[in-house]
Write a protein that binds this ligand. Structure first.
Ligand code: TIU
Length: 220
């Protein structure tokens, strides 16, 4: 068993049972005219982590470890979009509306795609999810069980929304979870810091957090 330097204590890596989960690195959260911008957010914070997410993905590929990509999106007929989600707040564009990159957060639209620099390659799993958590209403749990995965390393956006929700879902399902600090981001720096602190508090109540270089060294 290898160890990864982490907080609040070393992460006990089981290399044959670990996978990377890259959450929602989509144009809709990173580019002007997408869902994130429609909610009033500064999306440049998301593009800034792309090089670090890319290094993390390259490390997992080089180590021959599984990679799972998620995409927050809905069916074109909106049958998996609860009105409570669509109608929340007063965004400039709602989910399903036509925007400059196609319909906002709809499967198959250009804006919903994963950023080209981080695009999945053949053999990598892509999970389309209608919720913030990647286990809700998706086959993720069955896919992980089939692959014998027990540990999940997390990257992606946003730290306190889809990343943290998925980590909490995974933690309750018995997975050991590790968040890579430079490979996740929020539209709110204070929320990223708070999410990292609350995840690893109380003896890793939700999971561990670690620096990118330490994760890359641990999985190599
Ligand atoms: N708004 C926000 O911070 N996040 C989301 O809506 N989805 C994800 O985090 N992917």
């Amino acid at each position: 068993m290898a160890e990864i330097r982490a907080e609040p204590f070393a992460f006990p890596l089981k290399k044959g049972a670990a996978a990377l989960v890259v959450i929602d690195m989509q144009r809709d959260f990173a580019e002007e005219g997408g869902f994130g911008a429609s909610l009033g957010n500064d999306v440049s914070r998301v593009t800034a982590i792309v090089p670090d997410v890319k290094r993390l993905i390259a490390g997992f590929r080089a180590a021959g470890l599984p990679i799972i990509h998620t995409m927050e999106c809905h069916r074109p007929d909106l049958s998996d979009l609860p009105p409570a989600k669509r109608d929340r707040g007063a965004p400039k564009l709602r989910i399903g509306d036509e925007g400059p990159m196609g319909r906002i957060l709809i499967a198959g639209e250009p804006g919903t795609a994963i950023l080209p620099e981080l695009a999945p390659v053949a053999g990598e799993v892509v999970i389309e999810k209608p919720g913030k958590g990647a286990f809700y209403a998706t086959p993720l749990g069955d896919i992980l069980a089939e692959k014998g995965i027990a540990q999940l390393v997390f990257a992606g956006v946003t730290t306190e929304v889809c990343v943290q929700t998925t980590m909490r879902e995974a933690n309750d399902r018995g997975y050991e979870c590790l968040l890579v600090e430079e490979a996740t981001e929020s539209y709110f720096p204070e929320f990223k810091a708070a999410a990292i602190a609350m995840i690893r508090a109380q003896g890793a109540i939700v999971g561990w957090t670690a620096k990118l270089d330490d994760v890359l060294e641990g999985i190599a």
